[in-house]
Design a protein. Structure first.
Length: 414
């Protein structure tokens, strides 16, 4: 089977679609392999794929630093012949805008002068420095015109005052919300800003690592990583809930973000049982109470609990069938905390969206990156989707940070 590029050149698909299951008419190619923790991606006008690779060693780890990579398919065979390191980087933040390549790097957001085709970078300008450390610190962002929208994830799970411990009340009020757990806007062209220069755009968002914009109306969308610990000890924090409840709750929220919105963290979470925002146990909730949530904005949709949505992309190409131009793809990193139920996620799903609202249920698009409980897939390796990008020909790139692989999904029509 072959797929076709925008120039109508045949691209061979991998045997068995590289171990990935996709709908009929689609095929998968391993575009690149053996990269260090590739996270979010952008595509340059000439088709080059630019990727931010996270630092090895985890949150606050002492491993090797991450990198900005450039990948180029010079001969059009659907695989990258050129893989080059452009600069040091970390986190999940990357954007191409205003003649610059922006990326997250440590506690900063930086930018480099950039023109499509170049394979080296000059010195970096620091746009934002001294970002908070600890907790959720992917520092992913969007650049829309002259505005940079930055996700500053929460430090804590549910605004507990210290390390996680069973039945610990949350700080009330949660002063963490003053500086974290929301979206802040900055001037994308001003250098040497600090978090104090940002304007809070929306709040009550534990961690919106999948932050994107709907190109049809310019509004922001995101998915929120839900809180942990609703199982009873020792796996969780609250004995009033059982393991089934903690494995399936809270739902992973898809949120439509308008200026001034408050989505309720840490006081509320989305109950898959009640289909509503309910009060968190740290604030007196019992799984059904809604007293702290009546004036919080509910999600536009909720995926199953703990799937860990890491990126979201509205499809605008013409290679895929027309139905895919009315919604967004979501990449799920997969869960680690659904015990004793199997871990789930490890897939890319499609969610239909139109006129600022979700118009139907999600459906799987690419699956079998890894099996439940993070067991290796068909190639004997564990793969966890972390980033999405649309190629200039309308193909879809999927970054797998755990396996170090970039997949290219194309439509063949047969």
């Amino acid at each position: 089977m072959v797929a076709w590029t925008g120039s109508q050149r045949a691209v061979p698909c991998d045997p068995d679609n590289a171990g990935i299951t996709v709908p009929a008419g689609f095929c998968v190619t391993r575009f690149a392999d053996s990269l260090q923790l590739p996270r979010h991606m952008v595509v340059a006008p000439n088709g080059d794929l630019l990727i931010v690779g996270n630092a090895r060693g985890g949150r606050g780890g002492q491993g090797s630093p991450g990198s900005l990579f450039l990948l180029r398919d010079a001969d059009g065979d659907g695989r990258a012949e050129l893989v080059t390191r452009l600069a040091q980087a970390s986190g999940s933040g990357i954007a191409l805008a205003n003649g610059y390549l922006y990326s997250s790097s440590g506690r900063s957001i930086v930018r480099y002068r950039y023109e499509a085709g170049q394979t080296t970078l000059g010195p970096a300008d620091t746009i934002i420095r001294d970002l908070p450390t600890g907790g959720h610190a992917a520092n992913n962002f969007l650049v829309v015109g002259s505005t940079l929208y930055l996700n500053i994830g929460s430090r804590s799970n549910a605004c507990e005052p210290g390390p996680r411990a069973p039945q610990t009340p949350g700080a009330d009020p949660c002063v963490e919300l003053e500086t974290r757990a929301g979206i802040w806007s900055f001037d994308a062209n001003r250098t040497d800003q600090t978090p104090a220069d940002g304007v809070r755009f929306a709040t009550g968002i534990r961690n919106a690592i999948a932050l994107t914009t709907d190109p049809r109306d310019g509004t922001l969308w995101a998915t929120m990583h839900g809180r942990d610990g609703l199982q009873p000890p020792p796996a969780g924090l609250w004995p009033d809930h059982d393991n089934r409840y903690g494995a399936e709750n809270p739902g992973e929220q898809v949120i439509h973000i308008l200026k001034g919105d408050d989505f309720g963290w840490p006081y509320c979470y989305w109950s898959m049982d009640e289909r509503a925002l309910v009060t968190a146990p740290e604030y007196g909730g019992d799984g059904t109470k809604t007293d702290r949530c009546t004036d919080r904005k509910p999600p536009a949709y909720a995926f199953p609990g703990h799937w860990a949505p890491n990126d979201m992309l509205f499809y605008t190409g013409t290679q895929f069938p027309a139905e895919y131009r009315d919604g967004a793809f979501v990449a799920f990193h997969g869960s680690w905390n659904r015990a004793p139920l199997p871990n789930e996620g490890f897939r890319v799903s499609f969610l239909p969206i139109g006129d600022g609202r979700v118009t139907g249920a999600h459906r799987d698009f690419a699956t079998d990156f890894s099996l439940p409980n993070q067991q290796p897939g068909r190639d004997g390796r564990i793969h966890r989707p972390a980033g999405l990008a649309q190629g200039t020909d309308g193909s879809l790139y999927v970054a797998d940070d755990f396996g170090g692989t970039i997949y290219r999904i194309s439509y063949t029509g047969r």
